[in-house]
Design a protein around this ligand. Structure first.
Ligand SMILES: [Zn+2]
Length: 348
């Protein structure tokens, strides 16, 4: 009731005291007040108080805010959710790190532990190769090899620094050759990643030792066993005495062919060649290339020619006394690549 008399008075007061610039504001202010009146006529006396303060633009905003008091209500209600929601985005970035941290460390330790164990074992000499030596039985060795290979496979991707990667040798696993795989050899251009040091072959039901250990690759080792086995069968059939041992000469040696100052590197430089000086039979007789190549018709000469011919079927290079003077005292056999497809052979 009093509002109707009070408002005009206030309006007049403002018109007098307020600059012209504020008149536009008062136009809207009056409309605003008229809208308020019907609602507040009843009990809301306290409202008049804010009205006189409303003249300032700042208060107008305050007046509008005053009408929607419900607005603040949702806030307190929502504060819990909004507050959380507001905090969540800030907290979310924080939580992920802790979540991401646990998983990686957990899976890694076991993998690394295995790798470390393998790396430690493989440090000098790989385990897998030692087993065939201990147990020549073919069935047991391959099974053990697979068991070793499977756990080693998953550790591959993790790539443990310093690990030595080599290739297993079937002839060694089966016990056809006696020896062990040794660390990779790297001497300038020369070398072999999976060299073997073998001391004997097991063929025709018995073991034939070498006069000196041979450092060679797996392919050579397998071919050597086959070749010696063939010579052994011939000796046993023709000379009534099997081969007891193989006279071995140079195997791994980083040098050029014929030890020349320049030219191609010898296959000896890649553990891919072997020089054989002769055979010792079980009866104690010794048949050497240097002394027994001639006469050709003698039993010893025949055995050496049979051996030479048999080698030509298993190696890509076979050089004997008839090749040149450098080979008058030994057979040189290797698995070097001849021809564009490595199918050519040299048999001299
Ligand atoms: Zn040679």
């Amino acid at each position: 009731m009093a509002m109707r008399t009070l408002l005009p008075a206030l309006t007049a007061l403002f018109l007098v005291t307020t600059p012209v610039a504020a008149q536009d504001f008062f136009g809207s202010f009056e409309d605003f007040v008229e809208e308020l009146l019907p609602q507040r006529q009843a009990p809301e006396r306290p409202r008049p108080a804010p009205v006189p303060a409303a003249p300032d633009p700042a208060d107008e905003a305050g007046a509008e805010d005053a009408d929607p008091p419900p607005m603040p209500r949702p806030r307190p209600v929502g504060l819990g959710e909004d507050g959380d929601a507001a905090e969540m985005p800030e907290d979310e970035p924080n939580p992920p790190p802790p979540v991401a941290e646990p998983p990686p460390p957990i899976p890694d330790p076991p993998g690394e532990a295995l790798d470390d164990a393998d790396a430690g074992v493989d440090g000098d000499i790989p385990l897998p190769q030692e087993r065939p030596d201990v147990s020549p039985e073919p069935p047991a060795s391959p099974a053990a090899e697979e068991a070793e290979a499977e756990p080693a496979a998953p550790s591959g991707p993790t790539a443990v620094p310093g690990r030595i990667y080599q290739t297993a040798c079937p002839a060694l696993l089966s016990g056809t050759v006696v020896g062990e795989m040794v660390a990779p050899i790297a001497e300038g251009i020369c070398g072999e990643r999976s060299p073997l040091v073998i001391t004997a072959v097991r063929v025709n039901g018995h073991e034939i030792g070498f006069s000196s250990p041979v450092t060679t690759n797996c392919a050579m080792a397998g071919a050597l066993a086959d070749w010696v086995g063939e010579v052994d069968a011939y000796a046993n059939a023709v000379l009534d005495s099997p081969v007891a041992s193989l006279g071995t000469g140079t195997s791994m040696m980083c040098r050029n062919r014929y030890s020349a100052a320049d030219g191609f590197v010898s296959e000896h430089g890649f553990a891919n060649a072997l020089d054989v000086v002769g055979f010792t039979l079980a009866d104690g007789s010794s048949i050497n290339v240097e002394s027994d190549w001639l006469p050709a018709a003698a039993p010893e000469g025949r055995l050496l020619r049979q051996a030479h011919g048999a080698a030509c079927g298993r190696f890509t290079t076979v050089l004997g006394p008839e090749a040149n003077a450098d080979h008058e005292d030994h057979f040189h056999v290797d698995l070097g690549c001849h021809g564009q497809t490595c199918t050519a052979q040299i048999c001299e």
